[in-house]
Design a protein around this ligand. Structure first.
Ligand SMILES: [Zn+2]
Ligand SMILES: [Zn+2]
Length: 370
């Protein structure tokens, strides 16, 4: 029996989303249905809606930070049963490809194939609109909905006693941000760090840097409200780039630049700024997602003379399943903040308001409760 769901659907890039009644086909082998309790809205959902990834097929349901309760399981699902509490991760690492076998689960080539096709890992599409037409699954999760069909590898069972709405944002903002600091860049104790862009991911880079024991953590943004929030997560210095030149400000604080600069806005200008803020021998980590077809300009001679390292960052270089549980334990121990990341809750019908608030810098993370 198909399952009835409500979902935010992107039908045309650049236009407001509509919330539609959709049907979910029965879960196949290794798939299950989750009733969503909460779903975080990530900047990449906004970028998708704005048409930054024109190769991703539409119509599509965005969303990839969902948490909820398993209400149905397909055959061969052994790890989960009805009633289990779960949250989504957006790489269904296959555990069999070369990347997975070498421990780089976030680079799994089979999970990536499903993400590029905007399908489930099986290659199938299981969302139908009222006319029976297929709708795609963003990052195989399509979590901005009341119910979702997902592969069991796209969810993690919540074994600790933590409210479901708190864990929704673990699956992207925390894994990506904290992972960027701890795993991609490998921030060292006593070092200096600059973070450009204080959304859900940027705040988590700051708390990752704090967990790593960085001495100076410089938060850079255009909004004073976000800069003030950053102090809670561990920022030691604040720079409002709307009022002062961030390169000058960072030089004043550090002398010759930071050991680690992170870009978390998805703008090429900020990426080039991150390079500029980094001292000789430092590491530049590009976490934000710029639209396709845009290049970064790096001065070649300077790169040679300064021996800086430029790193891409995909999903915080994390082992999503393992790291998510590790971060949950840190949350339980009071060392990692989750509650403070969610600035506001919305109804699913308010999805366009979430996007507007994100663009206007009013929230760190908005969470939709269908
Ligand atoms: Zn995300
Ligand atoms: Zn794999």
């Amino acid at each position: 029996m198909p399952i009835q769901s409500k979902a935010a659907v992107i039908r045309r890039y650049g236009e407001p989303l509509a919330v539609e009644d959709v049907e979910l086909l029965d879960p196949g082998p290794e798939e299950l249905v989750v009733k969503i309790e909460a779903s975080g809205v990530c900047h990449s959902d906004l970028s998708l809606a704005r048409g930054y990834y024109p190769d991703i097929p539409i119509p599509i349901v965005p969303g990839h930070e969902g948490s909820g309760i398993v209400v149905e399981v397909g055959e061969d699902v052994e790890s989960l049963k009805k009633g289990d509490k779960v949250f989504t991760i957006w790489m269904a690492s296959c555990l069999g490809c070369e990347y997975c076998l070498s421990g780089r689960f976030h680079l799994c080539q089979n999970a990536l194939k499903a993400i590029v096709n905007a399908s489930l890992p099986s290659g199938e599409l299981k969302i139908r609109d009222r006319s029976g037409n297929q709708i795609h699954h963003f990052t195989s999760t399509a979590a901005l909905a009341s119910h979702i069909v997902v592969h069991e590898k796209n969810v993690v069972k919540l074994t600790l006693d933590v409210p479901l709405d708190k864990v929704a944002i673990l699956g992207c903002a925390v894994l990506t941000g904290v992972g960027a600091a701890l795993k991609t860049a490998g921030v060292r104790e006593g070092s200096s760090v600059a973070v450009i862009g204080l959304g859900g991911v940027g705040m988590n880079i700051i708390q990752g840097a704090r967990l790593a024991g960085a001495e100076k953590i410089i938060a850079i943004d255009l909004y004073d409200s976000k800069l003030e929030w950053a102090v809670k997560f561990g920022a030691t210095h604040l720079v409002n780039a709307a009022r002062e030149d961030p390169a000058e400000a960072v030089k004043k604080i550090t002398g010759d630049g930071v050991d680690y600069a992170f870009e978390a806005t998805g703008s090429v200008k900020a990426m080039e700024l991150a390079y500029k803020l980094t001292r000789r021998g430092g590491v530049v980590t590009i976490v934000g997602v710029e639209r396709g077809g845009v290049d970064i300009r790096i001065p070649a001679l300077d790169l040679h003379m300064t021996e800086k390292t430029i790193k891409g960052c995909y999903y915080g270089s994390s082992s999503p399943r393992l790291d998510a549980l590790k971060y949950l334990s840190l949350y339980k121990a009071g060392k990692l903040m989750l509650d403070e990341l969610v600035t506001r809750s919305y109804r699913l019908e308010e999805i366009n308001d979430v996007f507007r608030d994100m663009e206007e810098g009013r929230i760190i993370r908005g969470v939709v409760k269908p």
